[in-house]
Design a protein around this ligand. Structure first.
Ligand SMILES: CC(C)(COP(=O)(O)OP(=O)(O)OC[C@H]1O[C@@H](n2cnc3c(N)ncnc32)[C@H](O)[C@@H]1OP(=O)(O)O)[C@@H](O)C(=O)NCCC(=O)NCCS
Length: 163
């Protein structure tokens, strides 16, 4: 696996580039996910919720910068956190970005002292399922019709030892 270049940045609510970044992510979201799986229409709203965060991978080019991938997470309670979205631009895949983003999101969730991280993923998304398994996530359950009538989801979880 080639080492990824660029930096992971946390999108800050009061950041002056908030709108530009959200717009870029919404565009990617539309390209990557089918409508029923996409947060494109509600991204801004999701992000303004308390207890949620977004990290993105900023890739520097000669002529500017681009968002190469992003991960969204939330911690609805003190018991667990969730990875609510993870995606890497198709031209940037297989270079370690997904792994780097997931590592950073897990670190963020861990600062909330939760014992468990959960997520949902379509079982047919093999790259994502493999990536989560590589990090130790286990399949908890198959939820029929989670995304749409004919698309199911694995619920996966990663537990941390109490310390
Ligand atoms: C899943 C996704 C984020 C992975 O991003 P990526 O930057 O290409 O992943 P990485 O290069 O960091 O790969 C890390 C691991 O993921 C798995 N993986 C990635 N691409 C894979 C592929 N094409 N086939 C099988 N496994 C794959 C492997 O376990 C890999 O580890 P390895 O390199 O040691 O084999 C990316 O494929 C994607 O955006 N997919 C579409 C959106 C999606 O399905 N999101 C998850 C649901 S919310």
């Amino acid at each position: 696996m080639a080492a990824a270049t660029g930096v992971i940045v946390e999108l800050q609510r009061n950041s002056p580039n908030w709108a530009t970044i959200v717009e870029e992510i919404v565009k990617l979201e539309r390209k990557i996910f089918p409508k029923h799986e996409s947060l494109a229409r509600s991204f801004d709203e999701e992000l303004r919720k308390k207890n949620s965060g977004l990290l993105y991978y900023r890739e520097q080019h000669m002529d500017g910068e681009e968002v190469a991938g992003y991960v969204m997470y939330s911690w609805p309670s003190s018991l667990y956190a969730s990875i609510t979205k993870l995606a890497v631009k198709d031209t940037c895949r297989k270079q370690g970005y997904g792994e780097a983003l997931l590592t950073a999101a897990i670190q963020k969730c861990r600062t909330r002292n939760v014992q468990r991280i959960t997520l949902h993923v379509d079982p047919s998304r093999t790259p994502a399922v493999n990536l989560y398994k590589k990090f130790g996530f286990k399949v908890d359950n198959l939820i029929q019709g989670y995304y749409s009538s004919d698309r199911n989801a694995y619920r996966m979880y990663l537990d941390f030892d109490a310390s």
